[in-house]
Design a protein. Sequence first.
Length: 368
Amino acid sequence: MSNPSLLILPGDGIGPEVMAEVRRIIDWLGAKRGVTFDVSEDLVGGCAYDKYGTPLHDDTMAKAQEVDAVLLGAVGGPQYDNLDFSVKPERGLLRLRKEMDLYANLRPAQCFDALADFSSLKKDVVAGLDIMIVRELTGGVYFGEPRGIFKEGNERVGINTQRYTESEIERVARSAFELARKRNNKVCSMEKANVMESGVLWREVVQKIRDTEYPDVALSHMYADNGAMQLVRWPKQFDVIVTDNLFGDILSDCAAMLTGSLGMLPSASLGAPMANGRPKALYEPVHGSAPDIAGQGKANPIACILSFAMALRYSFDMGEDATRIEQAVEKVLADGVRTADLMGPEGGVPVSTSGMGDAILAALDASL
Ligand code: IPM
Ligand code: MG
């Protein structure tokens, strides 16, 4: 059997720095666990635009369709802010999501004990928090037509369209219920059925999938604005949250901050199974390219490393090694190893990006 294949797209800003630490872990797995990946690397985002005039070259897109999993760092930077919309770095990422049809975006928000004091919320609100947001990723207002800026009489009008078909809602609902069965069997679906027809349909379809296929899973519905409030008020009431593309974008940033730092959170974007049974998959940290600290060795590589752990779990059936990496992260945090973003008001000396990588590798060694 051939080796599992990975396409690495470090991207812009801190992307290459944090991805370098993932590559060290891939090497570690090869040396110490006998798992070898076929790794290739390519450009996405602003760096691809600089070289090719497009944020995602067709060849890169084709490669992404062929590999078992794609690992992405981050895209974007202020130097690209004034580019035409169609070639902005973000379009590269959106094209990958759309053309690979990665409809289910899994965004876990987990509060590590060692960081519970670091959240902007009270410790008892976040300690032990472990929730999973399932964000629909290929539909809704991000992609709906018509869209654009049009002339209407004497003025312009900006238009985007929220649109969901029943089958789009069904498939992401199934992803959420399947995940819930492996967790605490509880799903909360969020929309705005009080103002949006797409929300009415969303609620109806999610309920139907629950009643016909997952009667064992508890389902509740919440308006997304209330959901945002509840996430901050008492997030531990949730297990799995399923929601649309735009609400999921916003709610997942909100959930991320519960855990202390955006620098901690991984994500998996999954599509339908390929011929080999593995889902189409892209893994990326939730954080962005952080141009303000890029190139300084200050970035926290944990979100990217945990994204790779998700790849091991969801693409490669290597749950044991995924857990090993997650436990190594937990261990170094418990030992007080902190990158700059994890420095509390009491201060201390932060480690660099590669310093965090060193500590995690040492913890991995110790786990053998
Ligand atoms: C995210 C990001 C992206 C999104 C941007 C970079 C296009 O905010 O992954 O949450 O809006 O989906
Ligand atoms: Mg976002």
